[in-house]
Design a protein. Sequence first.
Length: 244
Amino acid sequence: MEIREIVKDSLSYPLTNWKSYLILGVILIITSLYIEIWWSFYPNAGLPFGVIIVELVTGILSLGYLIKIFKSTVDCENVLPKFNGLLNIIVDGFKGILVIIIYAIPFSILFLGVALFLRANGYSSNDIFGLTTLLMTICTVVIIPIITLSLANMAFEGKLSSAFSSSEIRDDIDDIGWGNFIALYFILGIIYISPNHISTALNYLLGWIDPFLIVTIIKYLIIIPYLYIFAIRTFAVIYRSSVV
């Protein structure tokens, strides 16, 4: 399939099962509302342990379901899967979170090392913030496709170790083709930045009322789950067509 056909298919895919779509949205909105309400009352405070636990649990559930979508698409199913088999969703989500954490460790060490080096050499806080933000942006550009392919390998092979096979990741990129890979990366980049821009537009349009709750609900219940499902479906179809 060409990228245009894949994108067209993926645009309608999230709407093939409204129940599962909205369940994912509810999971995302629970943690998001919890965090945003907390920060609205305590803007300078860190997140309490209870909020972190809620975010971890919902993160495991949402990531586990997205992995289920990937598996379903690779198996040539064209309807958004039901939100059932909760144990498998939790196991896959936990493994996915573990993969993300392991890949994030070296980048976190790099950020800390750069920040300490800059501080030791007399750089101001603003300079440190600007340089580490630039470094974080570059690292994000590098790590997103690596983590995406790692999770895909893990889901397809059914083994956690497959997420860390550099040779398999390189082979996958070669199989997918650099043209498709760059197009996919562009799509994922749009997915990454879209929610904040949409939220800004909604805040402007709803400026005549207090838009906080309405915008948050629309963003996390409807927009973000749609974009997540669209992105996973797009990637999974490309993966199925090129790698499987």
